[in-house]
Design a protein around this ligand. Sequence first.
Ligand SMILES: [Zn+2]
Length: 272
Amino acid sequence: MPIILNDHFTQTMIDMTWREIKELADENAFVILPLGVVEEHGPQLSLGTDTYLVYAKCVLIRDILERKGHKAVIAPPFYWGINQATGAFPGCFTSRPETVMAIIQDIIESLANFGFSNVFGVNHHGDKAHGKILIEAFKEAVEHTGMNARYVLEHRLKESYGLTGTEKHVTFLGPEVIETPETGFFDIHAGAIETAQMLRYYPEQVNRQMAGELPPLELGEDDIQRWMAGGQDTVALTPDGYLGHPADYGRVKVQFEKYAEGIAEYIFHDAV
Ligand SMILES: [Zn+2]
């Protein structure tokens, strides 16, 4: 029987030779670093959802940059981030902040040593603790390496991360670059949006029948705050591990191409 290998990371540095990496560095290729986690995503999606989705985004961004005439390369996906909200569910690997800090800095320092000048971190995991430490790690890395290393962030989120909008370790996306469509639900985790996104790019990772049978789950404002804080409260509030209405996936228009176009524009603007 043939062994079927997962080929989702084949377009990253992992599948290249050192000579190819050197050539790309010599050509000042932009490095795109996918940032995700291994996290439960309801009973209908796999733990790799965030890592897979950010990888899909990075492939699209890379292709757009190359169509515009600039070399780009995808770094090995990072998926040992922080799961504060859902950390009490089995399957949610979570790292200490200092671990994330250290690994991200090591990755960026390695890229600098290879000869790259630009690295853009693209994240698909909304956990606040995760985003916060990634932004700090990029800041530290810039100070240590002098590299143009930037975390890609929607401009509207800058206050929530205590940023002014002028930081050199962040690429701020304008309001026109919107990733998530409206679904009528507070759909921040494993709801219709991520179910639709996974069906679009990795249909074999979705239990479609299960998704279609899940009842909607809505939380009020206070409960959302409790949910984000994590622990057993989160499990009690969302025992199946999702928010929103996964069964509505058919109504979601996945907009990764448009989102990737937007990011590519800002990368061009911020690259050196
Ligand atoms: Zn997710």
